[in-house]
Design a protein around this ligand. Structure first.
Ligand code: ADP
Length: 482
């Protein structure tokens, strides 16, 4: 068995803000069958899950940041429940907060640069001093851990790690961890001035760019997104072009043990068997839950939305489309779960007040409600402007919910239009009118009971578990572990 370490700012169930948390919590459980033992290290936040667990301190150290001594401890999860070793790094004053990224005002924490750099430095301090652990590859995720491959290569203090391969997964290339040099130079561990250019992009420190330059391999979380990233990546385009030889797209999988309609711990009513009648009972019971919760009109197709209210996800398009479509008497209901942009949050609430019997909205991050939406909706809409992979459509299909998805990134790789014998309704040329059009098509499909139940039966059988992609990651690791 080979030991590797995932370094991440999220890992389900300890700390999750989106798809990256799901990936880091699932991929390690699928790797041992291919000869890889994967451990995970994240910051020790004050999340509810972490607060309930028992940990054993395995290392204590200090390092200099901003010319002050920062203490940290590495604590290994000793409670049972996870199928892989989880380490949490306790950095007093920096991560002992309930939220992962956002302060109460909905914006990122003001000390984000210091927190990011401190966590990454602590990981390296641990790795060079820890005798018991021997990781033969370091896998970092997005810009939050993107400085690690640079530190491993260029900081004299960490030269012991120079020969250890590093892999970068890009879950979202639009966030880059950009810092002003004068803002953070006192936070960084020492390196030679002549190497500073590797951290730099356009006169600023760019954590993602540094990771792209220094990591031994890079992957995006779907093949289509890899191509889009190169084509649309504005200022980083030349960098992607020059590093293309080490780039690859690997489609995310889902943890089919945790996301299982027959056993899902968040749901009351489970799928009893895979025959069509059992699916009908399962869907009806969970739809009833949502209809009752939001007081919705019965016997209408129910379209769900789950996600961040950010430009990427196109929630604005869906909210506008709901308004127009219901004004024009289209017969459907909608349930919205998400948060983010304050104007959109207000718009979702206003819609639920205007269309009291047709629209339900929750401005929240709520794992349990998300499961009910996957299980109880007839359709799940993802009008994304770009989508690195998108897990929602995969969860939706597993729970017998038909995806309505734009034609970008990972959605392109996983949802083909039903007119081509595919899995769902594809929105081409994304705009409000195209979303209304898709709602119209969903209503018609719902009325054609035979086609609709056949489609549910088909998509619920698809295997998007991590089995396939875990093997591709293993091959990638093995290229460096020979
Ligand atoms: P992202 O770009 O946000 O990472 P993904 O589709 O990759 O999007 O993953 C989203 C994950 O986050 C899914 O597990 C989804 O169910 C979950 N999620 C997103 N928003 C919410 C929310 N408001 N409440 C509960 N779960 C959510």
């Amino acid at each position: 068995m080979k030991n590797i370490l995932h370094v991440s700012s999220e890992c389900y169930p300890a700390a999750k803000a989106g798809g990256m948390g799901d990936v880091v919590g699932a991929l390690p459980t699928y790797l041992p069958q291919y000869g890889i033992n994967a451990s995970v290290v994240i910051p020790k936040y004050k999340t509810k899950w972490i607060a309930k667990q028992k940990f054993k301190e395995t290392y204590a150290g200090t390092f200099l940041i901003d010319n002050k001594k920062q203490k940290f401890t590495v604590q290994k999860l000793s409670s049972k429940g996870l199928d892989f070793p989880l380490y949490c790094i306790d950095l007093p004053g920096l991560f002992d907060r309930e939220s992962i990224y956002l302060a109460e005002d909905g914006h990122g924490f003001k000390d984000e640069p210091k927190r990011n750099i401190a966590f990454q430095t602590a990981v390296l301090e641990w790795l060079i001093n820890e005798e018991d652990e021997n990781f033969s590859l370091i896998h970092v995720h997005d810009h939050m851990t993107g400085l690690i491959p640079f530190f491993m290569q260029y900081c004299p203090k960490y030269k012991k790690l120079k020969k250890i391969p590093s892999v970068l997964s890009i879950h979202n290339g639009s966030y880059r961890g950009i810092f002003e040099w004068n803002e953070v130079s006192s936070f960084l561990p020492k390196f030679n001035d002549s190497d500073a250019g590797t951290l730099d992009w356009d006169g600023q420190i760019n954590s993602l760019a540094a990771a792209i330059k220094c990591a031994w391999s890079i992957n995006t979380v779907s093949p289509a997104y890899m191509l889009e990233l190169i084509e649309n990546s504005d200022t980083l385009r030349p960098l992607y072009e020059s590093e293309i030889h080490k780039c690859k797209g690997i489609l995310n999988g889902i943890d089919s043990k945790l996301w299982n309609p027959s056993t899902d711990a968040y749901l009351k009513d489970h799928l009893k068997s895979h025959i069509k009648a059992a699916w009908k009972t399962f869907k009806a019971a969970n739809k009833k839950y949502l209809q009752t919760k939001y007081n919705l009109i019965a016997r209408r197709p129910l379209i769900g939305f789950i996600g961040r209210f950010a430009d990427q996800k196109g929630a604005d398009l869906f909210l506008d489309a709901i308004d127009d479509a219901l004004k024009n008497n289209l017969k459907f209901n909608a349930v919205i779960l998400g948060s983010g942009d304050k104007e959109l949050e207000q718009k979702a609430i206003d819609l639920s007040k205007t269309y009291t019997r047709e629209v339900g909205a929750d401005i929240a991050y709520n794992e349990k409600l998300a499961r009910y939406i996957y299980a109880g909706c007839d359709f799940l809409i993802m009008p994304s402007r770009f989508e690195p992979c998108g897990l929602n459509q995969l969860y939706a299909m597993r729970y017998g919910t038909v995806p309505i998805a734009s034609h970008v990134g990972g959605l392109k790789d996983t949802v083909v239009d039903i007119s081509n014998d595919g899995e769902g309704i594809v929105i081409n040329n994304l705009n409000k009118e195209a979303v209304i059009d898709a709602i119209n098509r969903a209503i018609k499909l719902y009325q054609d009971k035979k086609s609709f139940t056949d489609l549910i039966s088909k998509i619920s059988k698809l295997d998007y578990s991590w089995n396939n992609s875990a093997e591709i990651y293993t091959n990638l690791y093995n290229e460096h572990l020979k």
